[in-house]
Design a protein around this ligand. Sequence first.
Ligand SMILES: Nc1ncnc2c1ncn2[C@@H]1O[C@H](COP(=O)(O)OP(=O)(O)OP(=O)(O)O)[C@@H](O)[C@H]1O
Length: 259
Amino acid sequence: MPSEGTTVLEANALCLRFGAVETLKSVSLSVERGEIHAVIGPNGAGKSSLLNCLSGFYRPQSGAVRFLGKDISSLPPHKRAALGISRTFQGIQTYPSMTARENILSGFHLRMSTGPFAALVWWGPTRREEEEFAARAEKIIEFLELEQLRHTPVGDMSYGMRKRVDLGRAIALEPSVLIMDEPMAGMSNEEKEDLARFILDIREGLGIPVVLVEHDMEVVMSISDRVTVIDFGEVIACGTPDEVRTHPAVIDAYLGDAA
Ligand SMILES: Nc1ncnc2c1ncn2[C@@H]1O[C@H](COP(=O)(O)OP(=O)(O)OP(=O)(O)O)[C@@H](O)[C@H]1O
């Protein structure tokens, strides 16, 4: 883990174009240890594109992404994930026929030091890893209060619980940072409250900083330490929820009457 006060994940002057569309125009963002950092902005502002640049799904034409001070701009998504950059996506990423426990266990595969070949010829370490992962999966099940649903196929669960299993898969890797794209979309108020509590617990209890794109302003303003506002591919404000809420450019661009 990084030492106190260090930047965990950093985007520096990212420029991203799709043909004639300038999606990100020199966007910078830093995610500090111990913070929940929200990225907000109107539809089409470039929020998901920024997350995709951080996790490696999009390659910006210029600018750099750094993780714990190291330039990771050229790394593909799976290598960034293996370094400790975890991500949840819009919608559901879990396997519906697998149970909650099996889905969470599937999140460990990136950290498996022994591949399938080693498993065939060298049984010992694989077995030990499996036991270790099973124990860790149990901890995640308890952490996310999924005990009752441990052996339930995810396809039989409510949307909110499926998203919770999805989150379990993302934190199974014990990441150094968690990226979440619109985690509250499609959730009831009760489900949102539960998820907000777990996001706070992930920051507090597990010490994992979180960067999230979220449209629900009530959630953003209540759980975030810092908020970056993007409009038309540019950062127009960055600060605490109170600073952002009262920022004239933000009021103009996005929050309007809701501020
Ligand atoms: N793969 C792509 N190909 C072409 N254009 C893209 C691609 N990804 C994003 N864009 C464009 O980049 C711009 C920003 O899109 P993005 O999804 O990042 O915005 P957003 O702020 O996340 O929007 P929303 O809140 O509606 O999800 C849009 O004009 C979009 O059409």
